[in-house]
Ligand binder design. Sequence first.
Ligand SMILES: Cc1cc2nc3c(=O)[nH]c(=O)nc-3n(C[C@H](O)[C@H](O)[C@H](O)COP(=O)(O)OP(=O)(O)OC[C@H]3O[C@@H](n4cnc5c(N)ncnc54)[C@H](O)[C@@H]3O)c2cc1C
Length: 380
Amino acid sequence: MTFELSEEHEHLRRVVRDFAESEIAPHAAEWDAAAEFPVATVRKMGELGLFGLPFSEAYGGMGGDFTSLCVAIEEIGRVDQALGITLEAGVGLGINPIYTFGTGEQKERWLPDLMAGRALAAFGLTEPDAGSDAAATRTRAVLDGEEWIVNGSKAFITNAGTELTSVVTITARTGPDEISAFLIPAGTRGFEVEPAYKKLGWHASDTHGLVFTDCRIPRENLLGTKGKGFQEFLTILDEGRIAIAALAVGMIQACLDRSVDYAKTRTTFGRPIGSNQGVAFPIADLQVQADAARLLTYRAAALKDAGKPIKQAAAVAKLYASEAAVAAARIATQVHGGAGFMETGPVARLYRDAKILEIGEGTSEVQRLVISRGLGLPVI
Ligand SMILES: Cc1cc2nc3c(=O)[nH]c(=O)nc-3n(C[C@H](O)[C@H](O)[C@H](O)COP(=O)(O)OP(=O)(O)OC[C@H]3O[C@@H](n4cnc5c(N)ncnc54)[C@H](O)[C@@H]3O)c2cc1C
């Protein structure tokens, strides 16, 4: 057993960190303030191979593993959580369903551009009345000859309305007790992308509601097995939860780095604030949170790479890392005092960006449900 990543993973970490520091960090605050999705930079992430990291070279992937993806998400998330989620959702939610459940033809059509970052795919599970209870999906798809007719709506869908978005995979009811998944190409008639939401954080990330009105797609756009769309999407979410945990690790590390720097240089009463135990000890706690969240995340990623069951480990990692990230952002803000509350300061964006980690891809309550059930508890 080893608690260290391989030399290959550490090399990737250095490459992605250099990219993040030079191409993303200098602009992150500006994109956040303008709520701008930085298309050119996302394309550059694609050129670096980040969207193809864990996938086979047959479709243009990098032939790496899931752990590599987590390393990249952590490093991008350390400087910009909005671009971290763009990568996480693009790969974990966008490409993964097509890669895992797509037919040969569907893979040939969509994957090369997605893996190269020339295009983005989105994942539409949540609806206005079906979030945690995603099985309450109301969107319907009815077969009419050689076409499916889709009617319904989706809420809060990441990467759904960018100029790179080529396709959205959605779940829809195909019978009273049956949910299936479908590929809806961008620009299909009857597929409307609503204006972007105004969000508390993740301003530079793209999030939209989607509306389908008599939207016709070819019969062959069914993704995966008819009637199994919901279960198939849930397996995608298990993997996504590990990736969200990696994003949370990036957040905690950013809080730690900035707090250490500030506590060494900011002086009160003639000495650095870090000389006070009241400041130093919460920062020591940040180190503990970073280590614990990182170990849980990479344990879950290693299980995934070993082909072992991940449901429980993914929920544990996501729950711990996301709650630790929110606590870390609160500590970092406190360490920075008034400067922590200023948008021009180094941590206000972290504070706003942290909260969603406890909500997206299954809330903390849903993770506790999954973990309790995994323990055999009769929780409903
Ligand atoms: C910025 C952003 C991006 C997102 N991106 C995507 C995306 O790309 N694709 C996608 O499909 N979805 C996406 N989502 C949706 C996200 O996954 C849901 O918001 C989340 O799953 C919660 O669903 P909900 O908002 O409907 O909350 P609800 O399900 O209405 O829950 C409200 C509250 O009740 C709690 N709760 C509900 N049921 C229970 C229960 N049985 N026991 C205990 N507590 C319970 C929840 O934990 C929560 O605290 C995104 C959301 C946001 C905000």
